[in-house]
Structure formats: C-alpha cells, structure tokens
Write a protein that binds this ligand. Structure first.
Ligand code: ZN
Length: 272
C-alpha cells in the first residue's frame, strides 16, 4: 500500500513537471499566421554564463532550419511578411549584432537557402547592453562578446541572405529617454545603416522589448513598416499589429521538441 502511494506521488510529480516544462496543451495557432523567430547568438554555451539562453548551439540551429525546410516553411524577411493564407511564412530575426551571426549562422542559412533579418545596433562596440536594464546585474558578459564588423555586415547584406533592421544607435532603454532623445535613437540608427550599407531599412526592434505608445508613434513617424517586440507568441493580425509584432523566442536551452512546440503554439514553457 505504501509503495503504491509512493509510486503514485512520484508519477504525479513527473506529470506536473513535464506539463510545466512543455505546455503541449496550448492550442495550435493556425499555420497561416507568420512566425517571427527571435535569436541572438549561434554559439556553444559558456561555462557558468548568465546569458546561455541567448546562445543557440550551431547543431541545434542546423536542426531547426532542417526541420523548417522539411515541413514546408518559407523563409522570408520581416519586410516581406504578408497576409497570405496559402503560405507558411517564417521570419528569422537576430538582435544586436553578434559576430557569430556572420561566422556561424550565415553558413547554416546558406546550406538551407534561408534568410534572416538582422536588428543591428549601430554603436555596438565596447557596450554592455545588459546593464541598461539591470545595472546591479552587470558583469560585462555581453560586452566582451565579439560584435559584427562593418565589413562582415556588408558581406551579409550583399549575399542577399540578410536584411538590416534598426535597433537604435546605442541599444537604448527608450523608457528612460524623452521624446527628442528617442527620436534621435530611432531615426539616426536608420539613417546610419542606410548610409553605411546602402540598403533600405524598413523594420525596427525595440531594445529589451521595452516601449510605450509614444515609441510606436515615433517608429511610425520615422517610416518603419514593421516593428518587432519581445512579447512571446504569434501575431494574429499582421496589419493591426505591424508595429508591435510578437516573436517566438528560441532559447539556447531548447531541444527540437521544444522548438516544434514553440512553432506550433508560439510558446513552450508554462511560464512563457
Ligand atoms: Zn537587443
């Protein structure tokens, strides 16, 4: 009797744990709605690093693109997103501008004939943008992470596998700036990218996913067609949400099962 009670208790704990880790019971979001995936780095994890969630292992990234391709997903730039119920569109996005995007992610994109949108901070060297959000947590981990050189970005753009999007000049926390300062951050990043790389920049990503209505208005006024957030999920109305698009976070801790769950429902874990 005691053994039975013990085994039942263990069973319940296991079931609760699995349901907490993999919220498989969330409903499928129709595949007609485009998925916008959010990545940062494609690299191996570092020992005892705080930001390993932002590091997707190259082998996992390869598996993810392979799965997307085999399952009929069409790779598009954010600027190409369309309401089209006949297509399964996926837009890969990379935030900030880490050098592995060129050295590691790009060859894998090429292998699968995929493409991606890069939200590039223009003034990105020797900055630790983790600190703008939580100063007491600042340990410089992201500051020492190599960033893309302009030569890398020029090659990426000319390959036509990458398009550029704005992510402010300095990875600013827009909530802390007045409207004039925000305008400069949002407007100049676009001008700088267009002047430096000669390609049009039509979408924007809010740094840290932090924004208010005034920032959405500014992004619209500057002329961006789309803007992406860090709100997890899948936007159901592309036109209404074009300046506040949700994204599907791809975590460095995900295996392929988690990735497939995120593609199906927009989220993975119970707390997402
Ligand atoms: Zn960022």
């Amino acid at each position: 009797m005691l053994t039975w009670v013990f085994c039942s208790a263990i069973g319940i704990v296991v079931v609760l744990y699995v349901n907490f880790q993999f919220a498989w019971w969330r409903p499928t979001v129709s595949y007609n709605h485009p998925r916008v995936l959010m990545y940062h780095m494609i690299s191996h994890h570092k020992r005892r690093a705080r930001f390993n969630k932002l590091r997707v292992d190259p082998i996992e990234f390869d598996r993810q693109l392979n799965w997307l391709k085999e399952n009929g997903w069409e790779f598009v730039f954010v600027s190409e997103l369309e309401n089209d119920s006949a297509r399964k569109q996926v837009a890969l996005t990379f935030d900030d501008g880490y050098r592995d995007n060129f050295l590691t992610a790009d060859p894998i994109l090429k292998k699968y004939d995929a493409k991606a949108t890069l939200y590039l901070v223009t003034d990105r060297h020797n900055r630790d943008w983790s600190s703008s959000k939580k100063e007491h947590h600042d340990d410089g981990e992201l500051m020492v992470e190599p960033k893309l050189l302009d030569e890398d970005v020029a090659q990426m753009v000319s390959s036509r596998r990458w398009e550029l999007g704005g992510h402010t000049e300095t990875h600013a926390n827009l909530l802390r700036l007045n409207d004039e300062q925000c305008f400069i951050e949002i407007h100049q990043c676009r001008n700088n990218l267009e002047e430096t790389f000669g390609s049009s920049v039509t979408s924007f990503a809010y740094p840290f996913g932090l924004f208010e209505d005034r920032h959405v208005e500014l992004v619209n006024k500057v002329g961006f067609q789309f803007a992406v957030t860090t709100d997890q999920g899948i936007s159901l109305d592309l036109d209404a949400e074009r300046l506040k698009l949700k994204r599907v976070k791809v975590s460095g801790r995900d295996g392929l099962a988690s990735f497939r769950l995120r593609m199906r429902t927009g989220k993975c874990r119970f707390r997402d």
